[in-house]
Design a protein around this ligand. Structure first.
Ligand code: ANZ
Length: 804
């Protein structure tokens, strides 16, 4: 019987007492392997966490065996709403709730045998941590990248707070909070804003050098949404006012039938004439109720109203009507567009509804309108017969010469609204005087303790309830603290740096010190970061922004924080659905660790399928892995018990173990853990068929390469065969000369008929195999004079050549 609980606890204690996973002060050959640190919720660790955490643990353990100095830390993203809401409900302080959860999480992680250096543990709610979150904020402020602005914010009444664009989702066309699905409306408020838009270009550029999934890079690229176009200035008839439009199709300017402004455009009221007033006002009211999605979706009805005013076309001098329509968003470009129905779909729908002229300016058949492609321009004085690109260039020169427009790059990215009307977050390190002037506070601004964290009705946040904290008198002058706190994303935007700063005694090296610089030189960037895809545009964009800023002010030596990033797939319930409490298909890792053991759940999750795929939980699969683990243990015990005759020389076994080392290593490097495991299964089957005791050296090698997956059992095997513990071991050297070359021969088919046979050498790659096959006389005669259309090679089995 394999007593997993006993054995696993024994080794966990051993690792802890021996500080086996202690990080080296200075790294020579370094590997920084990072997990997305968890929010310590009341529910504890779930099996999804475990998937990514096992994967990084395998890599960390493998790298250590390969002689790398490894930094593999964990910590707690511990500020946030749930703790606050729990506190509201129970009257407890969020800190005590959070600490209890952290203690539980830590215990869980240790019970799974993860090789974290717990001396490096960080907690975003620790003042020793958030003093540096505040420091980064102050640096952003000093560089003009943080300011207080009256902005249209996403106000969420249900949560009593403002949310960032990234925290708002649309469900059936209704804007709701990502957390809790509460309705969200636009509302003007004074808020801290971080100017991430000033980093749009750098954030785009930086993507190029990253080893990230292409799909994820694309998500960030689209979120940043760079668009190269032009601004055109349109003089409002009989005034000295101008409306500026942004267009990516300057070449279509002769086809304009209206200039359309957003309902939020500052000139709306001024431009609306006499009898048009009441209609425009009614329209503005209606718009307020719509979501951005409703306004911009192509399928949705395009609506608008005429203002009664006109602009003068800068080229033809004709009068063009000014309309208001809600498909034009104030938050993009200039909040006004030139409407060209013949060559834009939304403008086309709009013109059909309101009988605006469709002026074709590219030479195509009318039935193809709206026509969006390239072609020869017509009815366009300066650019007749020119194509789109040439036309844009000619018109751009004309705009610039006549001072009526210019080139312009627009980004979809919005600035990051950085205030939250909550309690459980980082306070801002600032004071306001009575005139509202801002002063940075040099020292840490501690979050005051209080049990009164009800949202304040004034939209100022719960901190406004604590008058003794809010108001400060310094040298007789009155100041007040900011009663907002930072958003959840603040701490996670730099936590991976905090691990590097953390000392074993719990203190931190100052972020702006030479010592910090030295350590960053040694450990950055993160070599591998594994986590869920849901962080594509939130955490991963914010962290890249802060990191790039810290690079620009000389704090960190790399432009990007995370060199390689992998998104793990979801682990679904046994029913193939996403695990959720309401469905009741959630698997509790604690129960599995108790019933099957940590090694079993680790190996099982890795064996379920490719790391990046979604996979369903399978209790049968888990039981199978548990039996396999027991089988390995029993097998080694059987060998050790001496019931078989010893046999120190077994060429076949030597060949197989060396091949296995190669295979497992190769698949670890490719993160194909399921394949590595299946190779080990085949090997174990072979081992159990032996009629004599294998050399202990072979068993030792197996235990070492198995250890990243099932570290407890690996240690136990090493002990059984009197070998040293894992920390003294290195990844086994492959004796390639011991690998017996298999003589594999494959059949060669031409159009599905077998025409020959060829013995392939190990050193041949697929290209070489195909080349050699074609040279076989029995094959060659079927190929001569024919055209080869396809070659299908099934490894070590068959080659089929398709000819015509
Ligand atoms: C005239 C035009 C003619 C346009 C044409 C397109 C085709 P992207 O690529 O997404 O940047 N636009 C500009 N600002 C807008 C706003 N605030 N709200 C809604 N639409 C806006 O799209 C740029 C195009 O979107 C711009 O080019 C403008 O329409 C529209 F045949 O200008 B175009």
């Amino acid at each position: 019987m394999y007593k997993h609980s006993e054995i696993e606890k024994k080794w966990q204690k051993y690792w802890e007492e021996n500080k086996t996973f202690k990080t080296k002060e200075k790294a020579n050959k370094k590997a920084y392997i990072l997990d997305m640190f968890p929010y310590p919720s009341g529910a504890g660790l779930h099996v999804g966490h475990l998937e990514g955490y096992t994967a990084t643990d395998i890599i960390s353990r493998y790298k250590r065996l390969k002689g790398f100095d490894v930094l593999h830390p964990i910590g707690w993203d511990a500020f946030g709403l749930p703790a606050e809401q729990y506190a509201l409900k129970t009257g407890n302080h969020p800190a005590s709730f959070t600490n209890e959860n952290i203690n539980n999480f830590r215990k869980q992680l240790k019970s799974l045998g993860f090789s974290y250096d717990f001396d490096k543990e960080v907690n975003t709610t620790d003042p020793k941590f958030y003093v540096w979150t505040q420091w980064i904020f102050k640096e952003l402020y000093k560089e003009g990248l943080a300011s207080i602005e009256e902005v249209d914010v996403n106000w969420c009444e249900g949560l009593g707070t403002v949310l960032s664009n990234e925290e708002v989702i649309e469900v059936n066309g209704v804007k709701v909070s990502e957390r809790g699905n509460f309705p969200v409306v636009k509302k003007p408020m004074k808020q801290w804003v971080l100017k991430i838009t000033q980093y749009a270009e750098k954030l785009l550029e930086g993507l190029e050098e990253l080893d990230w999934p292409e799909s994820l890079k694309l998500l960030q690229k689209n979120w940043i949404g760079k668009s190269e176009g032009h601004i055109v200035k349109w003089e409002v008839s009989n005034t000295k006012k101008y409306i500026e439009t942004f267009t990516t199709r300057l070449d279509t300017i002769y086809g304009v039938s209206a200039v359309v402004i957003s309902p939020e455009h500052p000139l709306v009221k001024e431009l609306t004439k006499g009898e048009f007033k009441s209609k425009v006002e009614a329209y503005l009211k209606k718009t307020k109720l719509k979501t951005e999605l409703e306004r911009t979706q192509l399928e949705k009805d395009k609506t608008g109203v005429n203002t009664g005013s006109f602009v003068v076309h800068p080229l033809t001098k004709k009068l063009i009507p000014i309309w208001v329509a809600d498909y034009v968003l104030m938050s993009y470009g200039t909040g006004a567009v030139m409407s060209v129905p013949a060559h834009d779909e939304r403008d086309f729908l709009f013109s059909k509804k309101y009988n605006l002229p469709v002026n074709k300016i590219i030479d195509v058949d009318d039935k193809n309108l709206p026509y969006l492609g390239d072609g020869k321009h017509i009815n366009s004085e300066l650019i007749n017969s020119k194509n789109v690109l040439e036309s844009k260039q000619i018109l751009e020169n004309y705009l610039i010469e006549n001072n009526i427009g210019k080139k312009k790059v627009s980004y979809k990215l919005r600035d990051w609204i950085f205030s939250r009307q909550r309690y459980w977050g980082e306070p801002f390190p600032v004071l306001f005087d009575e005139d509202g002037n801002i002063y940075l506070v040099k020292e840490l601004v501690m979050l005051p303790e209080t049990n009164n964290i009800k949202p304040s009705k004034s939209t100022k946040g719960p901190l406004a309830n604590i008058k003794s904290w809010t108001n400060v008198t310094i040298n007789g002058k009155k100041f007040s603290h900011d009663t907002n706190v930072m958003p959840q994303w603040a701490g996670s935007s730099w936590y991976y740096l905090a691990y590097i700063l953390k000392n074993p005694d719990g203190s931190y090296v100052p972020l702006d010190s030479d010592e910090a610089k030295r350590r960053f030189e040694s450990w950055l960037p993160v070599d591998l970061y594994i986590g869920g895809q849901e962080h594509a545009v939130l955490h991963l964009l914010y962290a890249r922004f802060w990191h790039r800023f810290l690079f620009d002010i000389g704090v960190v030596p790399t432009k990007e924080p995370f060199h390689k990033l992998v998104n793990q797939g979801l682990i679904l319930g046994p029913d193939g659905q996403k695990m959720s409490k309401s469905i009741g298909n959630v698997i509790n890792p604690d129960e599995i660790v108790a019933s099957h053991g940590a090694d079993a759940i680790r190996v099982f999750e890795m064996f379920l399928g490719p790391l990046t795929d979604s996979k369903s939980w399978s209790t049968d699969g888990l039981n199978g892995i548990r039996r396999w683990i027991e089988k390995i243990y029993n097998q080694v015990n059987y060998f050790v018990s001496g019931n078989l005759k010893p046999n120190d020389k077994n060429d076949e076994l030597e060949s197989k173990i060396n091949e296995l080392i190669l295979d497992v290593e190769d698949n670890i490097n490719k993160l194909k853990f399921n394949i590595a495991i299946s190779k080990m299964m085949v090997f174990i089957n072979y081992l159990s068929s032996l009629k004599s005791i294998p050399s202990y050296d072979v068993l030792k090698k197996f235990a070492i390469i198995f250890s990243p997956f099932a570290p407890h059992l690996a240690e136990e095997i090493l002990e059984l065969i009197n070998a040293q513990s894992l920390e003294k071991q290195t990844w086994p050297f492959v004796e390639k000369e011991k690998i017996i070359q298999k003589n594999v021969s494959i059949g060669i088919q031409v159009n599905g008929k077998v025409r020959g046979q060829i013995e392939i050498l190990d050193s041949w790659d697929e290209k070489e195999i195909i080349k050699q096959a074609k040279l076989q006389p029995s094959v060659k005669k079927w190929l001569d004079g024919k055209k080869i259309v396809k070659e299908i090679y099934v490894k070590d089995k068959i080659l089929n050549i398709i000819v015509k």
